[in-house]
Write a new protein. Structure first.
Length: 291
């Protein structure tokens, strides 16, 4: 009950909320580039690396951004050295900031609001990502004992996301994220409880380049684990908690991820795999994986 009161208090707006988005279904947490002003192509900074072909300061438009806010090389991002763009997911924050928080005013037509818009986008993305994870837990029957708390956490997060630009920039998300993170960890335990036996705990582990071919990781916690370049071919990842795991260049060929929890599509897009990789029905096999 104490935990529920925490989220109830957070759900009360401390100042007038902003506009409420017209669409309140799950699609609102999916990027809709046609309704966004290319915020992910302008707001963040990136450095020349394996993920980006060039250096770009924060707030400066990428040279590939077209006048209509579309990427000029979108269909060829990987070959042109922009793999980081190909796997980026704003969880729908871009269109919400563009169309709701700023009411359809774009940063080119209203340059005085540009910097504020870019800063708000960074906050909104955190809130939308949190909403996605909370929604995944709420959709799990195994997490049923926590459904009331999850609903309150979602309500609190939505109220924050619905505030105006200035109020969004005044938010201190750390406390809210910590409480929601603790709730999600409890949900993860319930969601993995059906897996028999002791479950491995690799939460936050540095497993970059690890040789995990054929590893039994069923029901394991890989929450926040670094798996860059790891060999996970043929690994059993059924019912594993994959929240925030970094799968860049990890080899998932032949791995079984059916029933895995908190698996974001962008994690698969950043990894390697093949036709024998088993995925949850709600996830799509990346186009760059061999058939």
């Amino acid at each position: 009950m104490a935990r529920m009161k925490e989220f109830t208090a957070l759900s009360q707006p401390r100042e007038p909320a902003g506009s409420v988005p017209e669409d309140t279904g799950p699609d609102r947490l999916q990027a809709d580039c046609a309704r966004c002003f290319g915020l992910c192509c302008v707001a963040p900074a990136f450095s020349a690396s394996a993920d980006f072909a060039i250096d770009k300061p924060a707030g400066q438009p990428c040279p590939n951004l077209q006048p209509g806010f579309r990427c000029g090389i979108h269909d060829d991002l990987r070959r042109r050295g922009f793999r980081g763009c190909a796997v980026y997911d704003c969880f729908g924050a871009g269109q919400r900031v563009s169309q709701v928080t700023f009411g359809g005013r774009d940063w080119r037509q209203a340059p005085y609001a540009a910097q504020q818009m870019f800063e708000v986008f960074a906050v909104m993305r955190q809130l939308h990502e949190l909403l996605w994870y909370l929604g995944e837990a709420l959709n799990s029957r195994r997490a049923g004992p926590l459904h009331d708390e999850l609903k309150l956490a979602i309500e609190a997060t939505e109220r924050m996301a619905g505030r105006g630009a200035e109020a969004l920039l005044e938010l201190d998300l750390r406390v809210h994220r910590d409480k929601a993170g603790a709730l999600l960890r409890r949900a993860s335990q319930l969601m993995r409880a059906g897996v028999p036996g002791q479950k491995a705990n690799h939460a936050g582990a540095d497993l970059a380049g690890a040789r995990l071919r054929g590893a039994s990781l069923r029901g394991a916690s890989l929450n926040g684990a670094c798996l860059i370049g790891a060999d996970l071919t043929g690994a059993d990842l059924r019912a594993a908690d994959l929240a925030g795991a970094d799968f860049r260049d990890a080899d998932l060929s032949g791995a079984d991820l059916t029933g895995s929890i908190f698996l974001v599509q962008s994690q698969l897009d950043a990894a390697k795999g093949d036709a024998s990789t088993k995925l949850p029905p709600s996830r799509t096999r990346p186009a760059h994986w061999p058939p």
